[in-house]
Unconditional design. Structure first.
Length: 178
């Protein structure tokens, strides 16, 4: 048994670190979400919504984003038409937790690891805001394509970025990089 433990030690350390970080960050996020009323929107989702509003305004889009009076989401109106909702799941925190957990599991030097995590979290956040703004415009123009746009294309973009960042990290900066 000891022979197998030694043989698979790097894998077991990776799995243990990944799951410990993932579970830890997820629990912290859950406690954060539990601090909000069920009809209120959490602060991170509110900031994302305001940044989407700012980005659409930067391009002179006729858009309005406001908190739903009865529900825990922001309504996005584009050209005076209700286009989409920004709910807690749209803030990309779960994707960010997944990203950070993986980088920590394949950590390298402390300064490099923390720098890459900050860079990756920022990039995920910015791409997510752009993603929601583009989704707003595309759903207004092509509402019949909601499934492909919201369910396939845009998750592919955000998860594709995370996967690309992981590959870059493992090959360039992790302790396993050649």
């Amino acid at each position: 048994m000891k022979k197998y433990f030694l043989q698979f030690k790097p894998f077991l350390i990776f799995i243990g670190t990944f799951f410990a970080a993932y579970i830890g960050f997820t629990l912290v996020y859950k406690f954060y979400l539990d601090s909000f009323d069920t009809t209120d929107v959490d602060g991170i989702t509110a900031v994302v919504s305001h940044n989407v509003d700012w980005l659409l305004g930067l391009f002179n889009c006729d858009s309005k984003i406001f908190k739903s009076p009865l529900n825990p989401y922001f309504e996005v109106w584009y050209n005076a038409k209700f286009t989409l909702r920004i709910v807690e799941g749209c803030n990309a925190v779960s994707v960010t937790i997944l990203f950070v957990s993986f980088v920590l599991a394949f950590s390298g030097k402390l300064k490099t690891t923390l720098g890459f995590i900050l860079f990756g979290v920022f990039l995920i956040y910015v791409l997510n805001v752009i993603r929601i703004a583009l989704l707003t415009v595309l759903l207004f123009r092509f509402p019949e394509q909601e499934h492909i746009l919201h369910g396939v294309l845009f998750p592919l973009i955000i998860y594709g970025l995370v996967f690309s960042l992981w590959v870059f990290w493992v090959n360039k900066f992790s302790k396993y990089a050649k």
